[in-house]
Write a protein that binds this ligand. Structure first.
Ligand code: SF4
Length: 194
């Protein structure tokens, strides 16, 4: 299967449950949404950088440094059929994580080792996962985020938009209201890495 690839690179995961972990990112091109605060707008435009699943995994192997974690991100990766890519990564013994906005249902979600769903304002969550150990929600804290939007959910990380001080204050206020939620600071922006 051929995909349009924005970039493949290795770095420190800066967000959510695996923050601080060395991972290899596969960023796919294209997204079904257009969020105002999007920090990966480069994944919106049409580019022509086709790679098939075998070529992608060859590149991951080249970068690997024996790092077992691969994060498929975007854009919105679930606009693509990811099964051939997951299978090829699994054949090469990688642990495969997904970062998604949750708007697109996915029948093969069990093939991922971990899923981060980052719901967006006024958008439905159509990706349903039954195993609570293998996913978390990551909410971007903006002026518009309301406690009621997330009040019924477990496994929640609150990530202040662009690490803005006002949004950090708001996130902490929300966490004090529901102490099982956690703060996620984008450490890649603090230490200025990709
Ligand atoms: S869903 Fe993610 S990648 Fe797509 S526009 Fe929104 S923030 Fe950007």
């Amino acid at each position: 299967m051929t995909y349009q690839i924005n970039e493949i690179f290795q770095s420190i995961q800066g967000e959510g449950k695996f923050s601080g972990q060395l991972v290899t990112f596969i960023r796919l091109q294209g997204c079904n949404l257009r969020c105002a605060f999007c920090d990966t707008k480069k994944a919106w435009s049409k580019i022509n950088n086709p790679m098939n699943h075998e070529e992608i995994v060859e590149e991951v192997n080249r970068l690997s440094n024996y790092c077992p974690y691969v994060v498929i991100t975007g854009g919105e990766p679930l606009i693509w059929d990811l099964e051939p890519l997951i299978d090829e990564l699994k054949n090469n013994y990688y642990l495969v994580h997904l970062e998604t906005n949750g708007t697109i249902a996915c029948k093969y979600w069990r093939k991922f080792d971990y899923i981060t769903i980052s719901p967006k304002e006024n958008q439905p969550i159509n990706l349903r996962i039954q195993n609570t150990d293998m996913f978390s929600y990551k909410y971007i804290v903006t002026e518009g985020l309301k406690y009621e939007d997330i009040s019924k959910l477990a496994n929640v990380y609150l990530q202040p938009r662009n690490n803005e001080p006002e949004m950090i204050k708001k996130a902490i206020k929300l966490i004090k209201r529901y102490p099982l939620w956690k703060l996620s600071i984008q450490i890649q922006k603090v230490i200025n890495i990709r």
